[in-house]
Ligand binder design. Structure first.
Ligand SMILES: Nc1ncnc2c1ncn2[C@@H]1O[C@H](COP(=O)(O)OP(=O)(O)OP(=O)(O)O)[C@@H](O)[C@H]1O
Ligand SMILES: [Mg+2]
Length: 249
C-alpha cells in the first residue's frame, strides 16, 4: 500500500528545550494506529506540527506526495487532513445540525462560486455526516447540552465535514465513561473501515490502544523509541521500561 503520510527528520524546540527530535514516521493509506508515551512525551506537539499549528524547526512532512511542511492549519485541512482535539470546535449554543452545516459550508466556500449550489449540496453533506456519526436523531438538540460521548461524536462529525483522508485524534476518549469511550472508539473503527479513512490517535488507556490500533508508535522525550504491532510493542523491553510497566503493573 502507498504511504499517505511521510515525516522525516522532524525537529521542534521551545526555547532551549527540544520537544521533538529527529522524528521519522510514516502511515499507509487506510491504517489506524496510535501514538503512546508518558505525559509530556511530545505526542500533542507532534500532531500540532503535522497540522500546521506549530512550525517545524527542521524536517519535512509529505502528505499524498505533496510537501505540506509549515503550511498553515486551514491549508492543511483543505488539503485533506482533519483533527478532532478538544470540545472547543463545537459552538455550544447552536444545534447539532447547525454545527455540522457550518463546518460543511466553511469547507465548501472555496470550491463553489454559486451559493445556491453550495447550499443544496451542503444540506446533503450535512445529512451524510450526521448519519455517519449516528447523530440524525439528535440533529435539533443544542450542542452544549449533549452528553460527553455525543459531543465527541459531534466533534468527529465536524472533522469529517471536510471529507478528510487523514484524521488525527488527540486523546479522543479523555474524560469519558467506559461506555462512552467504547462507543466513540467503535465509531472511529467504523469511519476507518467504511470510509477507508487513515486514523492516528493518542491515548493513555492501554486497553483502548491494544483494541483499536493496528500499529503503535511509542514516543519518549520527543523521540520515537519503539514502533510495531501492539504485540511487538508489548513485548519490547524499552517499551516496558518507559511506559507500559507503569500502566500494567
Ligand atoms: N506551546 C508550547 N510552549 C512551550 N512548551 C511546550 C508547548 N507545547 C508543548 N510544550 C512542551 O513540550 C513537551 C511535550 O508536550 P506535549 O503536550 O506534546 O506532550 P504529550 O505527549 O501530548 O503529553 P500528554 O500525554 O500529557 O498530553 C512538554 O514538555 C511541554 O511542556
Ligand atoms: Mg498531549
Amino acid at each position: 500500500m502507498a504511504a499517505i503520510l511521510e515525516v522525516t527528520g522532524l525537529h521542534k524546540h521551545f526555547g532551549g528545550i527540544h520537544v521533538t527530535q529527529d522524528v521519522n514516521f510514516s502511515m499507509e493509506e487506510g491504517e489506524q494506529s496510535a501514538i503512546i508515551g508518558p505525559n509530556g512525551a511530545g505526542k500533542s506537539t507532534f500532531m500540532n506540527l503535522l497540522t500546521g499549528y506549530y512550525r517545524c524547526d527542521a524536517g519535512k512532512v509529505v502528505f499524498e506526495g505533496q510537501d505540506i511542511t509549515n503550511r498553515p492549519p486551514h491549508w492543511v485541512a483543505r488539503r485533506g487532513i482533519s483533527r478532532a482535539f478538544q470540545i472547543s470546535s463545537i459552538f455550544s449554543k447552536m444545534t447539532v445540525a447547525e454545527n455540522v452545516r457550518s463546518a460543511v459550508h466553511a469547507q465548501m466556500r472555496h470550491s463553489f462560486s454559486i451559493f445556491g449550489v453550495a447550499s443544496r449540496i451542503g444540506v446533503e453533506e450535512t445529512g451524510r455526516v450526521l448519519s455517519l456519526c449516528g447523530l440524525e436523531g439528535k440533529r435539533d438538540l443544542v450542542a452544549g447540552e449533549l452528553a460527553q460521548g455525543d459531543k465527541k461524536r459531534l466533534e468527529l462529525a465536524i472533522a469529517l465535514a471536510g471529507k478528510p483522508r487523514l484524521l488525527f485524534l488527540d486523546e479522543p476518549t479523555a474524560g469519558m465513561s467506559i461506555e462512552e469511550a467504547r462507543s466513540t472508539m467503535e465509531l472511529v473503527d467504523r469511519l476507518n473501515r467504511e470510509l477507508q479513512l487513515t486514523v492516528l490517535f493518542t491515548e493513555h488507556d492501554m486497553g483502548i490502544v491494544f483494541n483499536h490500533a493496528r500499529k503503535l508508535t511509542l514516543m519518549h522525550r520527543g523521540e520515537i523509541v519503539v514502533q510495531g504491532t501492539p504485540e511487538e510493542v508489548r513485548a519490547n523491553e524499552i517499551a516496558q521500561k518507559v511506559y507500559l510497566g507503569e500502566h500494567h503493573p
